[in-house]
Design a protein around this ligand. Sequence first.
Ligand code: PFF
Ligand code: NA
Length: 452
Amino acid sequence: MQDLNFRESWATRIGFILAASGSAVGLGNIWRFPYMTGEHGGAAFLVIYLVAIILIGYPVMINEVILGRKTNKNPVGAFKALAPNTPWWLVGALGVFTGFVILSYYSVVAGWSLAYIYKVVLSATAAEIDHAEVFVGHITSVWEPIIWQAIFMILTVSIIAAGVVKGIQKWVTILMPAILVLLVILIIRAVTLPGAGEGLAYYLQPNFGDVGPRTFLGAISQAFFTLSLGMGAIITYGSYLREKDEIPGNSASVVGLDTGIAIMAGLAIFPAVFALGFSPDGGPGLVFITLPAVFAEMPLGVLFGLLFFILLSIAALTSAISLLEVVTAWLIDEKGWTRGSAAVTMGIIIFVVGLPTTLGYSVLSDVTFPGLGMDMLDTYDWFANSIFLPLGGLLTAIFVGYIWGARNAVQEGNKNAGLISLGNWWVLLIRYVVPALILVIMIMGIYDTFFG
Ligand code: PFF
Ligand code: NA
C-alpha cells in the first residue's frame, strides 16, 4: 500500500516536469537563444539573461504554476475564478492572444527544422557547399517553407484535436536525454575545431561596454519565451499538479533543465561560428547555417545531423502543442466549442496569420515594420516576446502580489513544500522586484528601439 502511494505521487511529479519541460525546451533554446546572444554581443548578454532567469523567470514560473493548480482553469478562467466580475480576465485573454501570435511564426521556424531533416543530409554529403546559401535559398523560395509550415501545423493540430497531450509529453523522457547527448557530442566537435577559442571567449568572457537598454529587453524577452511564461501555458500545465506535489522544487527543475540546454546550445554554436568563419550576429539563420557546417566536419555527420533535426523538430512540436492547447482550452471552456473543431479552426487561422512571416523572406521581403526596421518574422517575434509576454508576466505578478494576495499564493505554493519553500524572498520578488524590473526594462528598451 505504501509502495503504491509512493509510485503514484512520483508519477504525478514527473508528469508535471515532463509537461512543463516539454513546453519549455524547444526552438527557444536551440534556435532563438544563440542568435539573440550573437546579436547582443555574446557573454554580457548571457550574464544578463541568467540574472533575468533567476530574478524574473523563476519567481514568475512559480506564480503561474500556483495560479494553475489553485484554479484548475485555462488562463481566462483562472483570473475569473479568483477575481470574479473584474476586468482581470483580460490578462488571461492577452495570454491567449499572445499564444496565437507566437504559434503563427513558431510553426514557420519549426517548418525549417523539418525541412533540414533532409537538407542536412544533402549538405553533409556535398563536397563543396555554401551553408549560408542553402539556408537563404530555402527561406527565400516561396512554396517549400509554406508546405513545411503547413505540415508542422497539421501535426500540432492532430495531437491537440486527439487530446493526447499527456501521452505525447512522455516522448520528453526520450527526447531530453537524447538532446543532451547530441549536444555534448556537438560541443566536443565544436570546441576542438581549430580557431574555436575565439568563439569560447566571445561566449564566456563578458564585455559590458556595449550593453544598452535593448540588451536588457532582449534578455527578458528570451527569459519569458524560453520558459513559456507570460501567456498562460504554465498556468494551464499547473493543473497537472495535485495538492500533494510541491511547486518550488518542480519549477526549479524545469528552469534548470531549460537553462542548461540553452547554455549547451551556445557552447556548441559559438566556437563553431568563429572557427568556420560565420558571423555571430547572423540572426534567425544562425543555427541552420552553423550546425550543418559542423556536421559536415564530423565522422558520421550525416547520421548526427539527421538525428539532431529530428530531435529539434520533436522539441518544437512539444512546445507548439502547449501553445495551441492554451487557445483550444479557452475555446472549449469559455465558448463551449468541441475540442476537434476548436483545434482545427484555430490551426487554420494561425497558419494563415503566420503566412506573412514565411513570405517575409520572399514575396514580402521589402516590407519592414515602421520604426522597427525588422522583417516580418522578427516583427512578430518582437511584439510577442518583447511586449506581450513581459506585459503578461508583469500584470500576473501584480494580480497575485496585490489583488489575490501574495500570502494566499504562498499558502498554495507551500502545500507539501520540499527542499525549497516560499517565504518573504518570493513575496519580495513577486511584489517589487519582478514588476519594477519588467517596467523599467520595457520602458527603456521600447524607447531605445524606436527613438534610440
Ligand atoms: N518555450 C518554448 C521554447 O523555448 O521554444 C516556446 C514557447 C512555448 C513559448 C510555449 C511560449 C509558450 F507558451
Ligand atoms: Na525554452
